[in-house]
Design a binder for this molecule. Sequence first.
Ligand SMILES: *[C@@H]1O[C@H](CO)[C@@H](O)[C@H](O)[C@H]1NC(C)=O
Ligand SMILES: *[C@@H]1O[C@H](CO)[C@@H](O)[C@H](O)[C@H]1NC(C)=O
Ligand SMILES: *[C@@H]1O[C@H](CO)[C@@H](O)[C@H](O)[C@H]1NC(C)=O
Ligand SMILES: *[C@@H]1O[C@H](CO)[C@@H](O)[C@H](O)[C@H]1NC(C)=O
Ligand SMILES: *[C@@H]1O[C@H](CO)[C@@H](O)[C@H](O)[C@H]1NC(C)=O
Length: 530
Amino acid sequence: MGATLNLVYAVTIILFTISSTSHGYDPLDPFGKITIKWDLLLSSPGHHTVQVKLENMQEYRHIDKPGWKLSWHWESKQVIWDMRGAETTEQGNCSAFASSGTLPHCCLRRPTIVDLLPGSPFNSQVSNCCRGGVLTSMSQDHTNHVSVFHMTIGSFPDDSGEFTMPSNFDIGVPGYSCDNATSVAPTKYSTDKGRRKTQALAATWEAVCVYSQFRSSQTPKCCVSLSAFYYRNIVPCPTCSCGCSSSHCVKPGEMPPYLEQKHDPDEEVSPVVECTKHMCPIHIHWHVKVNYREYWRVKITATNLNTMKNYTDWNLVVLHPNLKSVEQVFSFNYKSLTPYHNGINDTGMFWGVKFYNDVLLQAGKIGNVQTELLLKKDMGNFSFREGWAFPRRILFNGDECVMPSPDDYPRLPGYASSSTSSSSAASSFVTIMIITLESRIRKNNFEKLEQYVVIPSDSGIYHSLEIAEKARDTNRAILIGKFDQGSQPSLDKGRKLQILTSHTLKPVPITSEYWIPSKSKPRCINRVWY
Ligand SMILES: *[C@@H]1O[C@H](CO)[C@@H](O)[C@H](O)[C@H]1NC(C)=O
Ligand SMILES: *[C@@H]1O[C@H](CO)[C@@H](O)[C@H](O)[C@H]1NC(C)=O
Ligand SMILES: *[C@@H]1O[C@H](CO)[C@@H](O)[C@H](O)[C@H]1NC(C)=O
Ligand SMILES: *[C@@H]1O[C@H](CO)[C@@H](O)[C@H](O)[C@H]1NC(C)=O
Ligand SMILES: *[C@@H]1O[C@H](CO)[C@@H](O)[C@H](O)[C@H]1NC(C)=O
């Protein structure tokens, strides 16, 4: 029954994903788009002043370095005389203006425009320009999601000089495609602190660009591995998630080619990944870490295996039914995404804290970022069964990551048919201690223990959890630690109790708080064997 459900679920997800990516429509961000708005501010024959505004109206996708490169096709013989806040990459053949004293900025039929870099001369700037073509997502940084430039347009001497809207827009970022501009209501500008509104003189046009991962790249760009405190193996990323070619990967100890070859900072450098079985530039790991009575805790790690790139303003989008009850997110920013505003917020976005972990550095020991989440159990729906604790989808920078097959998900010991019998070989015991809340407040000094329950480890952790659930009562916190045969707590190098999992009335960070005084022994008042 469970397997059938998993299968049905997997099939629907796959269909859903394919149809959504190939049409450039994203159900997680149904209104996501980048608009190119043209405001004709002033217009007389042969002389037109235009403001162009690129606006990233996507919740989580952003335009990273090397930034947008806007191009279009002039329908009539137009030239750009002057540009502020941006520049064309080439001037083209302006020999028709050789006699006029000054030459236009660009005479190409298809000009390519790039944003100026930060710190450009003040007289070439306009407001909201000069960020090197980077557009942040709306959720991540609402102040930098637009780019603006101004230009004056004229015509070749043999042209009528009428303004005609260009066509075939392209923002020069893989995966985006734009339709032709359509006429929209003139943009209104507010002046005098909003007391007066002026509007674009002649007209406003808007072209809309949408993203499709399918168009962006034939192969995925990231993968997900899974693990859980109740399962001894890590479920790795599927083999060849991002292709199989080992010719472009860097073996451990090898010099990343980035250091060897020169490259143009204006070009996106194609990834050179560390050699792995999955060959992905980005690896996400989801670990179900701790089980508390009313909460559970997940650790998410994103690792950069691309030796060519630091991911600035990276973000993760996660789909999990329990995200509607996120209690706390450590060291990342979090925003719940509710695309349809229907109250089902099972989708959330995570991103780094500015100047702390907003850059996912290139491969190496420091090439990862981590968070932990504390989620409140929805008692009606929460379960560790059938992979419920694992995410349905994960996106890194707006691109879908490859998930392991549901058949491979970590299983509860003794639950799924194919799992082998649980860890009977372990020599230690799994002990459940029931500590009064009062003693917990006094830093869990073991002298204060009133009662604890010892369960032989061959009962398996899942059985232990069941016993713990039965044993708990409303005034008590329950802590499960590893103990040896003589009821001595088994300590790690840092003299911390090796915690397997814990049930508490209130969530607590386990590893740092459960210090054991060196000479303390648990006082055994009541031992119950199962
Ligand atoms: C530049 O344009 C002029 C006409 O405007 C043309 O005569 C000339 O051949 C062009 N030069 C090149 C190099 O294309
Ligand atoms: C945009 O308009 C041009 C010319 O009017 C046309 O050739 C082109 O096919 C149009 N593109 C789209 C995507 O409709
Ligand atoms: C990534 O950042 C590190 C540290 O700031 C820097 O040394 C390295 O050159 C950067 N790599 C790239 C590809 O920009
Ligand atoms: C769920 O979404 C609502 C808005 O639709 C929001 O107010 C609430 O904080 C969200 N809950 C969580 C846990 O993100
Ligand atoms: C379980 O989840 C479904 C939707 O995911 C929701 O409609 C239902 O109310 C939940 N049950 C409980 C007891 O919260």
